[in-house]
Each structure stands twice: as structure tokens, then as C-alpha cells.
Design a protein around this ligand. Structure first.
Ligand code: LLP
Length: 415
């Protein structure tokens, strides 16, 4: 991660010492680099520059308005999964004509809202959903452009909780039923069948599963065209991984991914749609925390920091291993710490037996690779305020989401 790291004694986000931000807004907080977001987006845009491609950033990965605006300014569209995300994308300046609506089960009111905004495409995940979209569009006198999300039954070798392309997963239309689904759609009112869609999982670290899934989709497109359907968009989903643990992992580059996609689909005369999330924002963010206490346990030494599982769920939910860096990194004494938060659960553990220079209360700790699925998955468990977010642009920073005060949190309750 080039945008975050030590320069001398201090840890920087681009050209801002993170300590300066911590002094101004308190800890914990998420800190994002605008430059890192831009360069990750540009890597995709450049890799696909030769082909008609729409990059629909997957809003669920990080839905801060400021982040969406950076991407909107570069021409990105949005992949959304709820009315809330459609609203966020539109508000940030992403036009409806660049919004694709994914999601396992869109409700009637969400479908109506999306139709009223005339979004680019619905990625349909089931037969009942197809009928619902058709009925609502017909009633409103609108046309819904649709693609079916196909489940190609591919094992992507990622964590079981984020694998979506096997038949046992709830996602998409099983590939064996695809032709039947398209035939059914062709008979229904209010629909314009325009494409095909897939998304096989997240944090995918090799191109092999993509290659298999692309082949299956390519074959289907040919069959569907043979059946008389018009396929003009192919949505490849998201899923490319990032190097959380630089020593042991190497994610495929956007250029290699593009090469494979264009080799398979380059001659289909279709517009490609991509839905990357993590690979755009994951490496562009860190969670900044402070040591509260160093505690000697019976077996381990605990570094208890002021961020917790409610602020950043990935380690407790997926056993995710993130790089954790301490600002104080030059002491001669090295300690193996269990790095934990203050929440009352053993799951509130960020890492075990991590070697760091000896730490003291108030030292700053940085959890790297936290730009995706960090802030968006946070909760207020233990009545801890949602963590604020800060955006760094070269040598300046600004708060892009405030820490809520206790009155506004508790004030939502109706006694
Ligand atoms: N498109 C669809 C339909 C998706 O469901 C997802 C992610 C994406 C695109 C973006 O995938 P990405 O490029 O970010 O891998 N909370 C989990 C990840 C859940 C991913 C859900 N779907 C985590 O922290 O690992």
C-alpha cells in the first residue's frame, strides 16, 4: 500500500501525518486516500480503455458520499443493492443511466423507486422477482431493462461466507435454467431483455475461476442469441481480491483480468459492465486506533485498542488477516501481542500473536486494507458511536462523516 506508511518516525496517509488527524478528530476513525481511490479506478479504466466498458463501482464496499463523488467525477457508474444505495449514488452525481441494480430480492417498493428513476439495468435473480418487475413496470407504463444473474456453479476458493457462484448459494439463476428464464422473460410485458450478468464471489485471488465462469457465460450468450434473444450487455460482476497480507498473497492485476475478459468477450459486440468494489477502495483506507491499555494476561499480552469488532467486523466475521502497523515501530523490545478491542466478546480480536515493537497507552495503531467493507459494516453494538471517516487529498484532510454524539444515538429510542 503505497499511500500509507512511515516516513521517518511518523505514519502518513499520502502527505498528511495521521497523528495530526487523530489529534484533531479523536480515535478511532477511518482514513481514506483520494489518490489511492483514483489510481485503483484508473487501473480498471485503462485496462478496459479499448472496449466499450462501464465500470459500476459496487457501492456496498464503501458508500460514503465523498468516495462516490470521487468516482462519479471519473465517470464511474454504480452497482447497487437497495433503494438506499440508489439514493446514495444519485445524490453523489452518478447518473441513473449508469446504475445497475443487483441484489437477491428486490422489494416491490424498491423496484418501483428504481423504475421511477429509469436506472440502466436490473440484474434479476429469480423467477418471482422477474414477474414482480414485469408487473410493476407494466402497471407504471415503464420498461425495465433486465439481465439475468446467472449462477455458473463455479468454486472460487474464497472464504465460504463470500462465495456466491456455487449452486448451493442463494444467488442467481442456476445456469441450467437460464434458457428457460430468458424464454419466460420474452413473453412478459414491461421488460426489455438486454443482457446477462454474473458475480461469483469476493476476494478472488486467481483468474482460474473467472476463466471457467466466463466460458460458461460465453457459451450461454451464443445459445441465447440462437434462441432469438438480444444480448447487448455482459456484466462480469466484481470480486477481484486485494493483497491483505502482502507477504503471502498476490491478487491478479486489472490488466490481467481485462486481458482474460477481452479474450473471451471482445468479439461479442457487447458492452461490458464491471462491478468492482473491494479492489477500488480496499487498499485506499485504514482504521486508525489508539492503545488504551497493555494488559498482561495469563498466557498472552493483550494490546487493547479503542477500535472494536463493531467498528470493523472483517477479522471476527471472516477470520480476515489484516496488516496491523504501530506508529511506534523502532523500539528494541519486540512483543507478540493479541490485538483486541474493548467489546465484551472474545470474537472482538483483530489479531493474535502479532509481533510489534513494545507499545504504550495512547500509541497509534493502524489496521490497513480497511477501505472496503469496513465502515459500511459497522454497528453501534455496546452503544459505541459509529466511527467517523476522514478523506486525505495529498497534504490536506477533511472529515467526511462526523462521529455522532450520544444524544443523537440514544435520542432515536422512543421510551
Ligand atoms: N457485485 C455484486 C452483485 C456483489 O454481491 C458484490 C459483493 C460486488 C459486486 C463487489 O464485490 P467485490 O469487488 O467488492 O469483491 N463483506 C465481505 C464482502 C462481501 C461481498 C458481497 N458482494 C468482506 O468483507 O469480505
Amino acid at each position: 500500500m503505497q499511500n500509507f506508511g512511515h516516513k521517518g518516525q511518523h505514519y502518513y496517509a499520502d502527505n498528511v501525518p495521521v497523528r495530526r488527524i487523530a489529534e484533531s478528530c479523536g480515535t478511532p476513525f477511518y482514513c481514506y486516500s483520494q489518490l489511492a481511490i483514483e489510481s485503483a479506478y484508473d487501473a480498471y479504466a485503462n485496462a478496459f480503455a479499448q472496449h466499450d466498458t462501464l465500470i459500476c463501482y459496487s457501492v456496498k464496499a464503501n458508500s460514503a458520499q465523498a468516495v462516490l463523488r470521487i468516482l462519479a467525477a471519473r465517470g464511474a457508474g454504480a452497482d447497487v443493492v437497495s433503494e438506499g444505495e440508489i439514493r446514495r449514488a444519485l445524490l453523489a452525481g452518478m447518473p441513473a443511466s449508469k446504475i445497475v441494480y443487483s441484489g437477491v430480492a428486490k422489494t416491490a417498493s424498491e423496484i418501483e423507486f428504481a423504475l421511477s428513476k429509469d436506472i440502466l439495468q436490473f440484474n434479476v435473480e429469480s423467477e418471482p422477482e422477474l414477474h414482480q418487475i414485469s408487473a410493476i413496470a407494466a402497471r407504471l407504463g415503464k420498461t425495465a431493462r433486465i439481465a439475468f444473474r446467472i449462477n455458473p456453479d463455479i468454486d472460487v476458493g474464497t472464504h465460504e461466507k463470500i462465495s456466491t457462484g456455487k449452486l448451493e448459494n442463494k444467488f442467481g439463476i442456476p445456469w441450467q435454467f437460464a434458457r428457460q428464464a430468458y424464454a419466460e422473460a420474452a413473453e412478459l410485458p414491461g421488460l426489455e431483455v438486454c443482457g446477462i450478468d454474473m458475480h461469483i464471489g469476493s476476494q478472488i485471488m486467481s483468474l482460474g475461476p473467472y476463466s471457467q465462469a466466463f466460458e460458461r457465460i460465453a457459451e450461454l450468450v451464443q445459445q441465447l442469441r440462437g434462441d432469438g434473444h438480444t444480448i447487448t450487455t455482459i456484466d462480469l460482476g466484481g470480486g477481484l481480491g486485494i493483497n491483505y497480507d502482502a507477504d503471502n498473497e498476490v491478487a491478479p492485476a486489472a490488466t490481467e483480468y481485462a486481458e482474460l475478459a477481452l479474450k473471451t468477450f471482445g468479439e461479442f459486440g457487447c458492452r461490458l459492465i464491471l462491478e468492482p468494489g473491494r479492489s477500488i477502495v480496499g487498499d485506499a483506507g485504514i482504521l486508525v486506533s489508539r492503545v488504551i491499555y497493555v494488559k498482561k494476561g495469563g498466557i498472552s499480552t493483550f494490546l487493547i485498542i479503542d477500535a472494536a469488532m463493531n467498528d470493523f467486523m472483517r477479522p471476527s466475521m471472516y477470520n480476515a488477516r489484516h496488516r496491523i502497523v504501530a506508529e511506534r515501530n523502532n523500539g528494541s523490545e519486540q512483543v507478540h501481542y493479541d490485538i483486541v478491542g474493548p467489546v465484551c466478546e472474545t470474537a472482538d480480536t483483530f489479531a493474535r500473536k502479532r509481533q510489534l515493537a513494545a507499545q504504550h497507552a495512547d500509541d497509534l495503531i493502524f489496521i490497513e486494507g480497511a477501505g472496503a467493507y469496513g465502515s459500511v459494516m459497522a454497528s453501534g453494538y455496546n452503544t459505541r458511536p459509529l466511527v467517523p471517516e476522514v478523506l486525505v487529498e495529498d497534504n490536506e484532510f477533511r472529515i467526511i462523516r462526523e462521529r455522532p454524539d450520544y444524544d443523537s444515538i440514544i435520542g432515536l429510542d422512543i421510551p
